[in-house]
Design a protein around this ligand. Structure first.
Ligand SMILES: [Zn+2]
Length: 399
């Protein structure tokens, strides 16, 4: 992290010394730099990346047979210029979208047009650092098209639980005492949790359970792809598992987050760590994380189950704390907090991020290596999830 900040500062010093006047006279227009898409059955996420923040508006236009124009979603960014590499249409052809086209609609407006095949609905929301607009497109669910035989009682739908082991691949996450990597320990804990859910949750809830992972090995998964996967799979719950780090070697404890705005400086620092240098800005002008958080969250909360997630976080925190304290009696309960964690953004189900212990603390960092401690954390997470599913979820569904 500090290396990135240093390089950024160096960059700004060089920039300031070379071109102060050009910078002041004509601020560069944001460029529309990249468009990519992730398709799974009945769900497509389109990610449009800009070099800096720009205003956008989006609307849907009905098909026009006379002009051979399909149903489409139009997104205008302004002021924005189109990167010359993006002029070619991008074929998608996944049953929901046909293709994605771009154009410089006016000298100041770049336009993206998504030609549609057949969709149910879509949502659009921004992500920051770097600035992106996410378009989530839902198809007509095939489940509703299959008729159940009338005499047969419908089989209970399984609970679908998405476990998200933090980081992975080229992103090690935090590195703790003795070189233990966050990506390694959170994957181990995630698999322990998954086994418990598979073997015990059905007995407790009398419904089948399907456990899903955003990653089951040491691979890099971009943050927006993680919730996209959970949405696409129709997950009922999403839990992102992380281990904490601090420059203060005495700091230790257990805490659980849900997505919301905050003014707490320590939380903003942690969120910027978890949101990660790999997802960091390309453009120094947008570097003030503090100034952005209010915008980030006000845009996002509409898409998010805040109250359900807050309750989910409380249940997880108390059961995790109870189990961890059996192995580390001094462990501190740092409580439930809210924060702007991108990995939770856009999720359509209750979702939390658990910071299971501090890798950088002498005792917890060592304990995190032991299977007994990993097992205690997984047991705490399991009990919290089981309690939430049995006691809280039915109450929320009936609201
Ligand atoms: Zn992490």
């Amino acid at each position: 992290m500090s290396g990135g900040v240093f390089r950024w500062m160096l960059g700004m010093v060089l920039l300031a010394s070379v071109a102060p006047f050009a910078f002041a006279l004509s601020p560069p227009r944001p460029a529309l730099e990249e468009i990519r898409h992730t398709s799974v059955p009945d769900y497509t996420r389109v990610i449009i990346t800009l070099s800096a923040r720009a205003d956008y508006k989006h609307f849907r236009v009905a098909a026009n047979q006379a002009h051979d124009r399909p149903d489409r979603i139009v997104i205008d960014f302004s002021p924005t210029r189109l990167d010359p590499n993006l002029r070619e249409p991008i074929p998608v052809d996944d049953g929901l979208l046909k293709r994605i086209r771009t154009g410089q609609f006016s000298p100041t407006t770049a336009r993206v047009v998504i030609d549609l095949e057949q969709i149910e609905s879509y949502t659009a929301f921004p992500l920051y650092s770097p600035y992106r607009l996410i378009i989530d497109v839902k198809g007509k669910s095939r489940k509703t098209e299959v008729d159940q035989p009338a005499e047969q009682a419908p089989a209970p739908q399984p609970y679908r639980i998405m476990i998200d082991p933090g980081h992975g691949g080229r992103d090690p996450g935090a590195v703790g005492v003795g070189g233990l990597k966050e990506k390694t320990v959170v994957l181990a804990i995630s698999k322990r949790l998954g086994k418990k859910l598979e073997s015990r949750l059905k007995l407790e809830t009398r419904r089948p359970v399907k456990v899903l992972y955003t990653r089951a090995s040491d691979v890099f998964i971009p943050l927006p792809d993680r919730t996209a996967l959970a949405n696409a799979e129709g997950a009922d719950l999403f839990i992102s598992i992380h281990a904490n780090a601090s420059e203060n070697p005495h700091l230790q404890g257990v805490e659980t987050y849900y997505l919301n705005n905050t003014n707490d400086r320590a939380t903003i620092r942690l969120a910027s760590l978890e949101n990660g240098p790999l997802y960091g800005r390309k453009n120094g002008r947008e570097l003030s994380f503090n100034a952005e958080t209010a915008d980030i969250v006000s845009d996002l909360i509409q898409n998010h189950k805040v109250e359900e997630s807050r309750v989910f976080a409380q249940v997880i925190q108390s059961s995790m704390m109870a189990q961890v304290a059996k192995r580390h009696t001094q462990a501190r309960n740092l409580g439930v907090k809210k924060g702007p964690f991108y990995v939770l953004v856009g999720a359509e189900m209750p979702c939390v991020l658990a910071e299971v212990s501090f890798l950088t603390h002498r005792v917890q960092g060592k304990l995190l290596r032991s299977s007994a401690y990993q097992e205690a954390i997984a047991e705490g997470l399991f009990q919290g999830m089981a309690r939430f599913i049995k006691e809280e979820l039915p109450r929320m569904d009936s609201l």
